[in-house]
Design a binder for this molecule. Structure first.
Ligand code: NAI
Ligand code: MG
Length: 388
């Protein structure tokens, strides 16, 4: 599913790398994104869902999203004013296939000029090696979509049954209330926690950190912390369970990021803490992810379609985030030898420092970065292939 903009560039190069590494696969291209919204009024066509149902493993580039009104204006004339409402196809995929476990690894490549550095004692500059894997619940919580402005009477009456609501909000007119719910189910919370602990066991991490806010958000964060304690005690006694609050975690991640291993959080806090850690290891050009459900799994870089670079004659963006996402796919289907072959090649190229995309050169993105010595998307992919 190449999708839109630079999603197409990074996926094309990634497939060349997978082929060159010796991954014997057939690829089936599936339609997703803006073109299909405009032409068909659906950015996630039913045929794409059918293909994923059948093949079960997806590589996804990126899509372009626009606000509802703008999206409606760009529809083909024959589809205008038919009440079609745009919604993000990647969110649609996560919901349709219940891709509830989101994994976002953030690890340092030595020699990456974008690595986080910090002032140590004296005048020493430290470059801590980060090796953190964030497990984010991907379908519930604040992003679950159960929300209202001017809530219906039944909802309003239910809220009035809560003493805190009466105390703090009963003076607010009903139509001036905006409410977004944060719902955690026991089953989905257990699934994300077990996935995190299982990963820690498999890849020998010392700790699992629950990153929530249970002292304030007592019911949902509280549930996650309670269940984590149960799982740790009964199933993973050899892995340490740590608890951090999301706000403090964001402060600590620049202080001692090397201390953390596996981190697990609800949907929004997982989103926040994974972007925070991604910033320490090179940002969007390096941030990969997996969305894993019971039957289907989709692997994608966390960046978007970067439309301003999409029409460059020579693509300048860094393909590593997409390549790393493909490595996660290889791990998922137990092709670990191939994934380590690719990761070692990336590590070699990054450490040598001869081939660097514009982000690694810290240049503002523009067409002339190639003249300024930055590698193109293709040159970076070629370098990785040559390093096999
Ligand atoms: P973006 O991630 O596309 O780009 C933000 C900036 O990050 C770019 O201008 C570029 O400087 C840099 N960047 C992104 N990917 C890079 C790469 N591989 N190498 C080097 N630099 C890179 O986010 P933005 O601009 O907020 O959104 C653009 C479009 O993408 C929007 O339509 C948005 O809705 C969509 N989007 C889609 C996502 C997805 O498909 N999962 C995720 C995020 C945004
Ligand atoms: Mg995010």
């Amino acid at each position: 599913m190449p999708g839109d903009g630079i999603g197409r560039n990074v996926l094309e190069e990634t497939i060349r790398i997978l082929d060159a590494a010796g991954f014997a696969a057939e690829y089936i291209e599936a339609d997703i994104g803006w073109e299909f919204w405009r032409q068909e009024g659906n950015p996630l066509p039913e045929r794409t869902i059918k293909l994923l149902e059948h093949h079960k493993i997806g590589l996804f580039g990126a899509i372009t999203s626009k606000p509802k009104e703008e999206a409606a204006e760009e529809l083909d004339d024959s589809l205008k004013n038919k009440g079609l409402i745009y919604s993000s196809p990647i969110v649609g995929l996560r919901q349709h296939f219940n891709l509830d476990v989101c994994i976002r690894p953030c690890h340092t490549y030595p020699g990456n000029p974008l690595n986080f550095i910090r002032r140590g004692s004296g005048d020493v500059i430290d470059e801590p090696a980060v090796d953190v894997v964030i497990f984010r619940q991907n379908t519930e919580g604040l992003y679950g979509g159960v929300e209202w402005t001017d809530p219906p009477d039944k909802v309003y009456e239910a809220l009035l049954s809560h003493p805190r609501f009466v105390k703090n909000f009963s003076g607010v007119p009903q139509n001036e209330l905006s409410i977004s719910t944060r719902i955690f189910s026991r089953a989905a919370t257990m699934r994300i926690l077990r996935a995190a602990f299982e990963y820690a066991r498999k890849y020998k991490y010392r700790s699992v950190t629950v990153c929530e806010k249970p002292n304030v958000i007592r019911e949902t964060s509280g549930l996650m912390v309670r269940l984590a304690k149960e799982i740790q005690k009964n199933e993973y006694p050899n892995i340490e369970l740590w608890n951090t609050n999301i706000d403090a975690q964001m402060m600590w991640l620049t202080k001692n990021p090397e201390n953390y291993g596996v981190i697990v959080a609800g949907n929004m806090f997982g989103d926040i803490v994974s972007d925070g850690f991604a910033g320490l290891i090179g940002g969007l050009g390096f941030a990969c992810s997996a969305n894993i459900g019971k039957d289907v799994a989709v692997f994608e870089p966390t960046h978007g379609s970067a439309p301003k670079y999409a029409d460059y004659k020579t693509s300048i963006v860094n393909p590593i985030a997409m390549v790393e996402s493909a490595c996660m796919m290889l791990d998922h289907i137990n092709e670990n030898k191939l994934s380590s072959k690719i990761r070692i090649a990336i590590a070699t190229i990054v450490n040598e420092g001869k081939v660097r995309t514009y982000d690694m050169k810290k240049l503002p993105g523009s067409e002339d970065v190639i003249q300024k010595g930055a590698a193109s998307t293709r040159q970076m992919a070629d370098a990785i292939i040559e390093a096999f």
